[in-house]
Design a protein around this ligand. Sequence first.
Ligand SMILES: Cc1cc2nc3c(=O)[nH]c(=O)nc-3n(C[C@H](O)[C@H](O)[C@H](O)COP(=O)(O)OP(=O)(O)OC[C@H]3O[C@@H](n4cnc5c(N)ncnc54)[C@H](O)[C@@H]3O)c2cc1C
Length: 281
Amino acid sequence: MTATLKASRTKAAWVQEWAEVVAQTGDHDVYKLTLRAPEIARRAVAGQFVEVRPVAGRGSAAVDPLLRRPFSICEIRPDEGIITLIYRVVGRGTAVMASVTAGQELNVMGPLGHSFPDPATGRGMLVLVGGGLGIPPMVAAAARARAEAPDRCVTAILGARHVGFLAGAEELAATGVPAAIMTDDGSAGHQGFVTAPLKELLDAAGAGCEVWACGPEGMLMAVKELCRAAGAPCFVSVERHMACGFGACIGCTVPKSGEPGFWKACQDGPVFLAEEVELGG
Ligand SMILES: Cc1cc2nc3c(=O)[nH]c(=O)nc-3n(C[C@H](O)[C@H](O)[C@H](O)COP(=O)(O)OP(=O)(O)OC[C@H]3O[C@@H](n4cnc5c(N)ncnc54)[C@H](O)[C@@H]3O)c2cc1C
């Protein structure tokens, strides 16, 4: 079973593309960026990410910030050549990106890393768990599951500190996948953590569930432990700090589980079978 699940993740050859900014909208310091990046949209699979040079424009001499920033792909529309990203302003790079307007161009590399597995080859109920800025990749995952495994039962559990940080929840609802909403302060959905409804599902269906999760590493550790106890296969997307995005800088290592050595989150992940990685290390 494990070998099949491992093998079904996708890793495509990446390209570098000048992407036209079609739209940028935002509030609560959370922005949605819609990009026309036809080649990346054609190749991308849910769970993969892009590296964006925050400074806009082909002729720009600006080099601050120098390094690209990684973002999960939220929506993939190959027919229109469109991808969307949802991101929160946390520092210099994202602040510069937030100032970019429609019609400008951003240099984007992708799709990078391994995707979530093929939803059509998995078994049982598929449970998508997204915490905070781990929600955006779950939108693409939900859309893929609906399109490619229409007969499979798919459900989502989304959580955030506050309603303002539930970015991507509307996009996920638009895929038709039902979602339970949890917030730390009760400002939307139910008050509490995503692990509460996940435990209920796992208590009821156990190994009959397959779980895909993305979010803060503490959340991933708790999800991994619940799945291990229930005997349910679990895939986690590990969003470690990274620079290059394709394995050269070795800035995003994650300890292997049960054996010495490290994975590179950018190249071997960001999606891993949870039992393969030592989270929190
Ligand atoms: C594969 C991958 C996918 C990602 N997808 C998304 C996404 O969909 N939406 C989104 O908003 N963010 C996402 N991130 C995080 C995003 O890349 C960072 O927030 C961004 O690079 C910060 O750049 P900055 O220059 O604004 O901030 P910096 O000045 O670089 O950092 C500001 C603060 O954010 C912290 N920080 C930076 N990167 C991370 C990280 N990876 N994990 C935890 N803390 C970090 C820094 O320690 C610092 O405290 C993703 C990261 C990875 C590796």
